[in-house]
Design a protein around this ligand. Structure first.
Ligand code: ZN
Length: 145
């Protein structure tokens, strides 16, 4: 496997993939808007990602992912889903989850994500353990009052 894209490059690939899934295309203006960056930054990053073979420009369709870009984007999406699954098991609400996952996901190693996936599967297969943990948190919280 080739070198992993940088963390901010991952942010872009993830968002481009989401926009394409949502609307069928990704324009620089939409990417800039949803990542809260300047359009010039999008252009610079898109040029770099195009040079590295993750995406290409088409005159009327905007930014498209190459097969390589899609593969990376799908991997990023999967990792996001793994973390979401784990956080859902722990009872974290969707809005907090989304914000937290966006904040940490690009910094986690493959090993850590795998560990989290395994832990989620373990808790799912051992609901009594998960409930025990939840109950202990609840009682710890009520002790504080
Ligand atoms: Zn994400």
């Amino acid at each position: 496997m080739t070198a992993r894209p940088s963390q901010s490059a991952e942010d872009y690939l993830e968002r481009i993939h989401e926009l394409i899934e949502e609307k069928g295309y990704a324009r620089a203006v939409d990417i800039a808007h949803s990542l809260k960056v300047r359009q010039a930054s999008v252009t610079a990053m898109a040029q770099r990602l195009a040079k590295d073979g993750y995406l290409k420009y088409e005159k009327y369709r905007g930014i498209l992912l190459t097969a390589k870009g899609r593969e990376v984007a799908r991997h990023i999406q999967q990792r996001h889903a793994t973390l979401g699954h784990f956080f859902t098991l722990l009872g974290i609400d969707p809005a907090t989850q989304h914000q937290d996952i966006e904040g940490i996901e690009h910094h986690l190693s493959h090993e850590t994500v795998e560990l989290i996936a395994d832990l989620a599967a373990f808790l799912e297969n051992n609901p009594a353990t998960l409930n025990k943990f939840r109950a202990s948190r609840r009682s710890a919280a009520s002790d504080k009052i």
